[in-house]
Structures are given as structure tokens and as C-alpha cells.
Design a protein around this ligand. Structure first.
Ligand code: NAP
Ligand code: MG
Length: 402
């Protein structure tokens, strides 16, 4: 066998839970370490170890990702009451993803992996649509109340000098109703805009952004203006050089254009739009388990993961010794994404080459009809057959080596 690929700098490796932890190990053993002299800073974010370290390991992993600039993360359990009992936890630790996102800031970009023969509900979407969701504010940090009949609701702003500005929201004369207050900040919107422009440049993809600024003339319009200012000041020239475009439109217009498109762009969404559209797009691309996710921090640290969870139901089957057929593609793509990024930053084309070849081998495996159960159910291929979790990974290895 030829010499293993060397890595100049390390990436952060965040191990996780349940079935994805099992696949993590298989992927490393079969598809990575035979070919790459793997250089990682390892953090065990498995629930047991998070509990033992009082979750300090999660903060350490986030710090390391900011420092090294590239991380790859396995799916992890976000504990609920059942998990606290199951793992005898000291407390209900927060979601590691939320902790890492809070520490790094930034924006999550989700993209489907388009595989041969997998049914797409929108057949013309031949390229991925990458969704960027602004994960701050709006209704997710709202204050809301029920208002009784004959009450009046107002917006009140008190400035630094104590002056009040008032605006009536509604006078509830004919029965009660509901009101809510929402907010966003210039800093958060600007950070979101920068992340979107930077990611578009790094991927060479057009960027679309949409709000309802014709109706929301101050709130949504602020988003439109901030994007426009930042684009004009810092990105217009770079976009021209990269031969990509930035398009702003109304959200309803965007929805219609997205349906008629062939994909191949980034769709930046306000918080609620992104919540809805990411699930809609995930379903349309045919296979929920084939979604990848990358967190891009404002200081340009990239953290890669699969969008799915730890696949608990399959793990319990695995523990009982039953055969499983769990899809490892999105977890593999988290690794190829992270190592490709490392390779680009370090100027080590062999690492990029490994990532390209490994992804091609995974797609060839599916094209040859070798699939996990979820892909089998979503595939139109005639020659298809179901492989176990282990077999599927070994079939990818065969095609990589071929
Ligand atoms: P899940 O792990 O995403 O799995 C839900 C169902 O989707 C599975 O039971 C399976 O359906 C199917 N599925 C998902 N990924 C698959 C794959 N790779 N291959 C084949 N089928 C796949 O969600 P969950 O079971 O609701 O959550 C389990 C744990 O994951 C929870 O503790 C949650 O906190 C955690 N979670 C973590 C993350 C993260 O770390 N990013 C994200 C979401 C959830 P069938 O059972 O029908 O085969
Ligand atoms: Mg959602």
C-alpha cells in the first residue's frame, strides 16, 4: 500500500452517542485511518463523559474549534427527563450544539447530499439548495400575552434620557386577543450577513436572501438594508471576481422561484423561514438522513456534522445483537467536509483528493444499488439491495480502493 496522507495541522474531533458513535468508529477504522495519518484533537462528547466533566468537555471542544479553525462532530444526545434517568445524570445538560453555537457564534448551513436513484419530490432540483438560517431572535425570543377585552396594547420605547415613545398596537374594544413583541439586533443581522457572503464565496455559490420588507417596513427592511450595505462595501467586487451573484427578493417570490429552480445556491432565511424551509427542503430531497450541516463562525471556524440525531432506535437493536442498516453517508460527509477544508487551508491537495474520491465512492456504492434501509425505501433503482451498517461501509471501501 502507498504511503498515508499526511496532515499539516490538526482538526477537532468530537465523538458522540449511540448508533452514530458506533458508525464514527467504523468510518475511522475502515475509511480514514488506512489512508490518512489522522491528526485530531479528540474530545469525547458522549453523554457519559459530558456528565463526568460537568459538560466542561463541550466548552473545551468549542474553544479548540475556534483555535484550530476546523472541527467534525458526531451526533450527540440532548438529554431530556428520560435520558437523565437512563444515564443517571447529575443534571439535564444543555444541547452540545447549542453550547458550541453560543461559543462560536455564526450560522448553520444545511445541504442535502444528492445521491443517484434517490427519489426527489422536486425532480428538477438536480443540485443542492443550501439553507442558511439566522438563528437569533424574532419569535424565538419573543414576549407575548393574551389581552382581555377593553385593554389597549402599546409599544413603548424608553431612551437613555428616559424619554418615552409610544405606538398603539391595538385597542381591544371588541373582545380579547393576542400580542407579541419580538426583536433583533444590528450586530446579529450583520454577523449573519457576513457568514452568508463568506460561505457563498468559499463554495462558489449564488446567495439568495428574502424577507417581507414591503409589509414590515422597519423590521424586515432593516435586514434588507444591512445585507445591501455589507454587500456593497465588502463583497460586490469579490462576488464579481468569483462569478457569483447576490439576489434579494420578497419571501413569497423566493418560495416560488425556489420551486422553479434547479438548485445550486444558498438560500439565506430569517429565523422562522429557515426553521420551516429547512424541514421542507429536507423532505423534498427525499431522504432525511442525507442532510449535512456546517456551522461557520464569524472568525471563520468551520464545524461539520450530520444533521440527523444519534438514531436511538437502531442503537437499541444493535445492543441486542440484531442487524442494523443505518446510513453513515452524512457522518462520512462531515469527515470529508472537515478534512477537505483542512486540506484547502493547509495547501495539502492529497487530503482534498481523498475527500473527493471518498465521496465519489459513497455515491458509486448507492449507484450500484447497495443501500441502507432508508435509502432503499427512497430509491427507484431496480437492482437495489439492503446492506447492513457494516457492509455498506465496507462496500464504500471496496469502491474507494478500486
Ligand atoms: P434521529 O436520530 O435523527 O432519528 C430519527 C429517525 O430517523 C430514526 O429512528 C430513523 O428512522 C431515521 N434516521 C435518522 N438518521 C438515520 C440514519 N443515519 N440512517 C437511517 N435512518 C435514520 O432522531 P431521534 O431518534 O429523534 O433522536 C435521537 C437522539 O438524537 C436524541 O437524543 C436527540 O437529542 C439527538 N439529536 C442530536 C442531534 C445532533 O447532535 N445534531 C440532532 C438531532 C437529534 P427509523 O427508526 O424509522 O429507521
Ligand atoms: Mg424545524
Amino acid at each position: 500500500m502507498s504511503e498515508k496522507i499526511k496532515m499539516k495541522n490538526a482538526i477537532v474531533e468530537m465523538d458522540g452517542d449511540e448508533m452514530t458513535r458506533i458508525m464514527w468508529d467504523m468510518i475511522k477504522r475502515e475509511l480514514i485511518t488506512p489512508y490518512i495519518d489522522l491528526n485530531t484533537e479528540y474530545y469525547d462528547l458522549g453523554l457519559k463523559h459530558r456528565d463526568e466533566t460537568d459538560d466542561a468537555v463541550t466548552y473545551a471542544a468549542a474553544e479548540a474549534t475556534a483555535r484550530l479553525g476546523v472541527g467534525v462532530k458526531c451526533a450527540t444526545i440532548t438529554p431530556n427527563a428520560d435520558r437523565v434517568a437512563e444515564y443517571n445524570l447529575k443534571k439535564k445538560w444543555p444541547s452540545p450544539n447549542a453550547t458550541i453555537r453560543a461559543a462560536l457564534g455564526g450560522t448553520v448551513f444545511r445541504a442535502p447530499i444528492i445521491a443517484p436513484s434517490i427519489r426527489r419530490y422536486i425532480p428538477t432540483w438536480t443540485k443542492p439548495i443550501v439553507i442558511a438560517r439566522h438563528a437569533y431572535g424574532d419569535i424565538y425570543l419573543n414576549r407575548e400575552m393574551y389581552v382581555d377585552e377593553n385593554s389597549k396594547c402599546e409599544l413603548v420605547k424608553t431612551d437613555a434620557a428616559g424619554n418615552e415613545t409610544r405606538m398603539t398596537i391595538h385597542d381591544f374594544k371588541d373582545g380579547g386577543g393576542v400580542v407579541q413583541g419580538i426583536h433583533n439586533t444590528d450586530a446579529s443581522i450583520s454577523g449573519f450577513a457576513v457568514a452568508c457572503f463568506e460561505y457563498a464565496l468559499s463554495q462558489g455559490l449564488d446567495l439568495w436572501f428574502a424577507t417581507k420588507d414591503t409589509i414590515s417596513k422597519t423590521y424586515d427592511h432593516r435586514f434588507k438594508d444591512i445585507f445591501a450595505e455589507i454587500y456593497k462595501e465588502k463583497y460586490e467586487e469579490k462576488f464579481r471576481e468569483r462569478e457569483i451573484s447576490y439576489y434579494y427578493m420578497l419571501i413569497d417570490d423566493a418560495a416560488a422561484r425556489v420551486i422553479r429552480s434547479e438548485g445550486g445556491f444558498i438560500w439565506a432565511c430569517k429565523n422562522y423561514d429557515g426553521d420551516v424551509m429547512s424541514d421542507l427542503l429536507g423532505a423534498c430531497y427525499g431522504c432525511f438522513s442525507m442532510m449535512t450541516s456546517v456551522l461557520v463562525s464569524p472568525r471563520s471556524a468551520y464545524e461539520y456534522e450530520a444533521a440527523h440525531g444519534t438514531v436511538q432506535r437502531h442503537y437499541y437493536k444493535y445492543l441486542k445483537g440484531e442487524t442494523t442498516s443505518t446510513n453513515s453517508v452524512a457522518t462520512l460527509y462531515a469527515w470529508t467536509g472537515a478534512l477537505r477544508r483542512r486540506g484547502i487551508l493547509d495547501g495539502t491537495p492529497d487530503l482534498v483528493g481523498w475527500a473527493d474520491r471518498m465521496e465519489a465512492a459513497a455515491m458509486k456504492t448507492i449507484a450500484d444499488g447497495v443501500m441502507t434501509g432508508d435509502l432503499y425505501a427512497a430509491s427507484d433503482a431496480e437492482n437495489k439491495r439492503i446492506a447492513t451498517t457494516e457492509e455498506f461501509i465496507r462496500e464504500i471501501k471496496l469502491r474507494y480502493e478500486y
